[in-house]
Design a protein around this ligand. Structure first.
Ligand code: GRF
Length: 193
């Protein structure tokens, strides 16, 4: 992936809908010398996303788009991405599914982090389902985004053991801690592609 001249880092937009702990870890990572990315734009579909607060603290441009009419929201987002010369999108707890058209029209790469060992447990309620099925392990996956939900090429995964008597909340917490390490590693891995 071409690193833009100027800051010499890949201009990145992070898409969020909620707490934004992965956003926070990506911002921290971006400040590191070894990071190939800079976080230049934060996009949310919900103005109440707690994660927007991190953007404020780090003085990163934030934009909120109402997805009631998805086609319009995506059109406006594509415009914003172009305006800010964004080459990489990191989805981080973004609860909207991007359309085929959006994916085709964005010329950079799109990554997502998902809290399961894909291809197992695509979609929501991953921890509940993994525990219910008496899995020994769950974990997290960073993958490229294609037009099918949670189905793009896998970049990196991290296994997390499921303990006896684990609740979905306890497991989610341990997996989230691993997500924060995995996303930067995955970005390093693909940054020379
Ligand atoms: C993470 O578990 C991520 O894998 C999933 O949504 C959660 C977002 O958490 N897609 P946060 O907003 O980054 O704290």
């Amino acid at each position: 992936m071409a690193q833009s001249t100027g800051s010499n880092k890949i201009k990145t937009a992070v898409f969020i809908s909620g707490a934004g702990s992965n956003l926070k870890s990506l911002i921290r990572f971006s400040k590191n010398k070894i990071s190939p990315i800079s976080v230049d734009l934060i996009i949310s579909n919900d103005r109440k996303s707690k994660g927007l607060g991190f953007g404020k603290i780090f003085k990163i441009k934030r934009k909120i788009f109402n997805f009631k009419i998805k086609k319009d929201a995506e059109k406006k987002i594509l415009f914003e991405l172009k305006k800010n010369k964004i080459d990489l999108i990191c989805l981080a707890g973004f609860m909207k599914i991007l359309s085929k058209n959006f994916i085709k029209n964005f010329k950079g790469k799109i990554l997502n982090i998902h809290p399961s060992l894909l291809p197992k447990y695509k979609g929501l309620k991953t921890h509940e389902r993994a525990i219910q099925n008496k899995e020994k392990y769950s974990g997290c996956t960073v993958h490229f985004v294609n037009s099918r939900l949670d189905s793009g090429k896998i970049i990196l995964q991290k296994k997390v053991k499921i303990n006896k008597n684990d609740s979905p909340e306890k497991l989610a917490k341990r997996i989230l801690a691993q997500e924060h390490k995995l996303y930067p590693k995955a970005i390093l891995k693909i940054s020379n592609l």
